[in-house]
Design a protein. Structure first.
Length: 161
């Protein structure tokens, strides 16, 4: 069988609905009886559920919709005075208790005076914070976030392959 040899039936003419009782699709013309969809000009916006909160608004409120973006923790310029070392990086800040872990992204913001020279090596800082550090005699270097070390189980699986 070839495409050009196909015998195609002629397109069926559309049914003429709403032409009286004897027309086969008369009176309600297949729209049922009454109600919003039976009326002329009936249209609802997509997702409308009769006043009930639509599913696309309900779903994000259910469990399991968590942001996978790593949160940025904040350190203030005034806190750097309390550090014993002259460098401020993720590890030093985590040991001092200013951030939860050395593996999180940290941003330096201005709040309080910086009195000693500190070389700051973090993921981000506001322009005012960089000015404050430089004015106190320190430096700022932007470094990438420290990745978490691979767990032992993953390493064992790689060795087996």
């Amino acid at each position: 069988m070839k495409f050009n040899e196909l015998k195609v039936a002629k397109a069926k003419s559309p049914k003429r609905v709403g032409r009286g009782i004897a027309g086969g699709q008369g009176k309600t013309a297949g729209r049922g009886t009454k109600g919003q969809k039976a009326r002329a000009g009936s249209s609802r916006k997509p997702g409308f559920e009769g006043g009930q909160n639509p599913i696309m608004q309900r779903l994000p409120k259910l469990r399991g919709f968590n942001s996978h973006k790593t949160p940025i923790e904040v350190v203030y310029t005034g806190q750097l005075n309390a550090l014993k070392s002259k460098t401020a990086d993720n590890k030093v800040l985590a040991e001092a208790g200013f951030v939860s872990s050395e593996y999180v992204a940290v941003k330096l913001l201005v709040n309080g005076e910086l009195t000693k020279a500190v070389s700051v090596k973090l993921q981000a800082a506001s322009s005012n914070a960089v000015e404050t550090v430089v004015k106190a005699g320190g430096t700022f270097d932007k470094t990438p976030r420290v990745p978490r070390p691979a767990t032992r189980k993953k390493e064992d699986k790689k060795e087996k392959k």
